[in-house]
Design a protein around this ligand. Sequence first.
Ligand code: SIN
Ligand code: CO
Length: 411
Amino acid sequence: MIPANTMILPMSFDAEDFLQNYWQKKPLLIRSEGKTFVDPISPEELAGLACEDFIESRLINCYPDEGNWKLRNGPFKEKDFLKLPDKNYTLLVQAVDQWHEDVRAMLKDFSFIPSWRIDDIMISYSTDGGNVGPHFDYYDVFLIQGLGQKKWQLGGHADSSSKLRANKELRLLAEFDTKQEYLLEPGDILYLPPNLAHWGIAIGNSMTYSVGFRTPSYAEIISELSDDLIGQLREDQRYQDNAPQVPQRPGEIPAYAIRQVQELLLAQLNRPDIIAHWFGSSMTSPKYPDISVIIDKKLDAAALEKELKAGAQLYKNPAARFAFIRNADKLQLFADGVEFSCDPGLLPLINHLCASADLAVNLLDAVLQKTGAEQAAAVLTILAKLHNQGTLLLDYLPEGVPEDIPQGRQT
Ligand code: SIN
Ligand code: CO
């Protein structure tokens, strides 16, 4: 078994300095400082994942002589890989952290950024010259170099007004002006803020691990929040003329009418409770909502307690997303897009559930040891609900440690 990397970021990495001066602002090259980087996954394993129909994957061939790129979406068949040329292609597999425990372990280093901001780890495998073309992303990304080397060229700012190449599917920039260039070796990390043009070209066989982040667009925020708000509005809430006047020109919409609509909208949006509910749900909504877990048996608190006492262990589904919001008298847990109201006294436990990178959930022991029966019952009720929606999985491994990530997800 290949040992997992214990730490990817070098000792000298200063998270405070990074957040103040680089995060969302400017790129940063973080050299490995001589630490050995062990690829947690092999190119063959990655290709295997790209053959699964529930895993998102892409293959990009580049044709440097023609200045062209061709995209194919997965799932792939083994024979697709046998037909590939020796050079100039890149295989990309999304959200490998959901399927591979050692890849997921890489996220432990990124706890200086709230976990609900992290989207996934995408892995690319390229042969010599392979690249996905000059482009920009709307999200921050840490590009961790694994196997081999990659030359990264950084350009300037790019956005939705930047000119794209004819092949719109790949969203490649029509113009790219190299301003900085870095050669990444195994273990080096390049952080890029959103909207920075970049272009990475493999030198020899090369693997890159991209830690990407969730950045909902204004359009998504307004559209999804509106859906939540609409559910709360009554038919009898209507536009009103608050200061009617005899119109001089009856066909004219006066400025006060527009102001009234604006005030109506602002009053509806001035609802932190609705915003909190939507944001918590949205940031924890599953990346692939169509992939769901088949739950053999739904449990209530008592039934779950019985299972746990009989030696079962609860594990987080590797795809599960957690966050919580607290204010004076409220503690809201969000798990896979669903809100659970919790007793504020459960904060240490909820915090542990949300923050811990470990898949094993050992909350019950702590509760039973440190708190009263009432709190234990409240925790069991929440855990049972999380189990019933596939966020937590029950397993009976004797050592209490999963040999592999519990593969509970099915298409
Ligand atoms: C790569 O891994 O080569 C591409 C990643 C990216 O540019 O976002
Ligand atoms: Co990119």
